[in-house]
Design a protein around this ligand. Sequence first.
Ligand SMILES: *[C@@H]1O[C@H](CO)[C@@H](O)[C@H](O)[C@H]1NC(C)=O
Ligand SMILES: *[C@@H]1O[C@H](CO)[C@@H](O)[C@H](O)[C@H]1NC(C)=O
Ligand SMILES: *[C@@H]1O[C@H](CO)[C@@H](O)[C@H](O)[C@H]1NC(C)=O
Ligand SMILES: *[C@@H]1O[C@H](CO)[C@@H](O)[C@H](O)[C@H]1NC(C)=O
Ligand SMILES: *[C@@H]1O[C@H](CO)[C@@H](O)[C@H](O)[C@H]1NC(C)=O
Ligand SMILES: *[C@@H]1O[C@H](CO)[C@@H](O)[C@H](O)[C@H]1NC(C)=O
Ligand SMILES: *[C@@H]1O[C@H](CO)[C@@H](O)[C@H](O)[C@H]1NC(C)=O
Length: 522
Amino acid sequence: MTEYICMIILSVSFGGNCLDTHCQGYLCCSDLCDITKDNPTSPLNETFEPLNEKFEQCCMRASQKTWSGKEKELLIEYIGVLGKSIVVDPDKFNDSNVYKIEHIGGIMTAIPSNVCDWDRDTLLEVFLQQVHEFVKYWRYIVQIDFSFNKLRKVESLNCLQKLYQLDPSHNKITHFKNTTINQLAHLRHLDLSFNEIMSMDPACISQPTQNVFYANFGKNKLPVVDVTNAFSVNPFCHINYTSNLIDKFVNEFGFTLDANKTYGPGFVSFNFNNFRTFPDFQSLLGLSNLAELGQLVSFGFDFRGIQLDCDCYLEPFLSMVQELKAFLWRDYFNVACANPPSLQGVKVPNLDPYDLVCTLERDADCPQECTCIDRPSTNTLFVNCTNLKTLPEFLPNSTLSRSISLKLSNNDIQILSNKPYLYKVTFLDLSNNLLEQVNDDAIAVLENATLHISNNVRLTQLPQRVQHRNHCITYMEGLHLTYGCQELWIENWLKVKKCDTEKLFKCTIPDLGIKEAREFSC
Ligand SMILES: *[C@@H]1O[C@H](CO)[C@@H](O)[C@H](O)[C@H]1NC(C)=O
Ligand SMILES: *[C@@H]1O[C@H](CO)[C@@H](O)[C@H](O)[C@H]1NC(C)=O
Ligand SMILES: *[C@@H]1O[C@H](CO)[C@@H](O)[C@H](O)[C@H]1NC(C)=O
Ligand SMILES: *[C@@H]1O[C@H](CO)[C@@H](O)[C@H](O)[C@H]1NC(C)=O
Ligand SMILES: *[C@@H]1O[C@H](CO)[C@@H](O)[C@H](O)[C@H]1NC(C)=O
Ligand SMILES: *[C@@H]1O[C@H](CO)[C@@H](O)[C@H](O)[C@H]1NC(C)=O
Ligand SMILES: *[C@@H]1O[C@H](CO)[C@@H](O)[C@H](O)[C@H]1NC(C)=O
């Protein structure tokens, strides 16, 4: 089985604000992590894997700690049958130490009650002494491993100001709050994988006080992800959302990118989720165009293993590639379509933008009698209807295409009147209908549209405003006009310009019978 890589590296510049104010001696976070520095040639010349490796190595270096191996271990003591616990030190407190708490594969249901004093349970009165004693340890704890327990939630850990690594993976956490670790400027590694997280507050890892380098939310049950959890405002290494149920991004609190900042660099994995379309970052972040994203963010999204729908929503990305080729890694679009069947297996770089369409349904305002196909490469929504007696009241509002091509030939429509969508129509085919009436205001709105009204046997008159139309884009074959034919404007209108494939209407004139329009003169 081939795995395709879908990477977006929109720009690989790096601003260099490497958290200096937070380094404070024992975390070396210099030279994170300009992968272009060792690759002075265009990043297009390299494939993803070696560059990714370089980035990883440099990230590991950058997040190195100086105390490694010297941490002193604290112990967990259970204080109830329901999995409550406190942390204890078998020795005396020594402020030249750093401490870690490791309790793997236990039955803890909550963070120990004396960590940040979140627990207000009266039971604790028995342990008041230990609880009080432990406060002085808070600022010396650098590492916590509570993997393979039964934690259901995690309260604020913000008292652990020097915490560097937090691992509550393989627990039963269902929700992650943005007040749990938001003040922990030293926290570099967060592993929440293999929990049951179904929801996350916005801004869990991306507040300006935070410098999380590695965050793993893999193997959870997240259905959506807020953009503020998809990257950090500070440089980061890897955010992992592999194997969730994510099918869309949201932006709950209207986060916007600061045009004076660059974001990242870093990698974000969305492998094996339920995405079927590329996220629409333009509307999510309120950008005026997609290229703006490339100027502001410099990180990679990895969409390997998604079942990509090659539909109309992909089209703007293909267009962006044309504009931004220089900033994109070659592998970005090395992903194959899963749908529609006609494009299955086609790799994105080989797609013809013309083939990227969406069929809009009734819930998008496409009338039951119509098919509505949005084809952004032509900037047009194509609508084709049958069994109509009147013009459709509404048509879909496409966000991708500006124009509408409306094919209504061979229906039983009697009146061409103005409708709210008519100003977008650039092509209207009403031939072979039962038109009796063509309204002046509709003709006004359709001034520049191609108009077919041929073979409407009941149509005997047209509003004079027709004379402002270019008759080369007005198809009126097989009409028998009566009223109006004597009027001068028709003769003048036809004289202005001869069209190549001219097929005109006939006029029925009292006393003279039926005449071809061009033969007619007053
Ligand atoms: C604290 O630890 C330091 C370094 O490990 C050691 O030199 C010192 O003697 C310890 N102090 C006490 C009171 O145990
Ligand atoms: C944290 O989440 C809460 C609840 O969703 C939200 O109201 C708040 O704005 C978030 N904080 C930040 C800094 O975004
Ligand atoms: C992301 O997390 C999952 C689950 O822990 C893991 O299997 C996967 O290897 C991680 N991906 C990367 C690129 O580290
Ligand atoms: C960006 O910087 C320019 C010039 O320094 C400043 O005028 C502008 O207000 C800044 N914009 C934001 C959103 O901070
Ligand atoms: C319009 O729709 C009808 C019925 O679905 C179909 O037979 C016809 O080919 C379509 N015409 C165009 C131009 O798409
Ligand atoms: C489309 O736009 C029109 C006019 O702006 C509006 O009345 C209509 O509700 C919109 N339809 C949809 C499905 O958004
Ligand atoms: C038709 O095109 C002309 C010239 O571009 C423009 O001035 C006019 O407003 C257009 N009419 C309509 C109804 O859009």
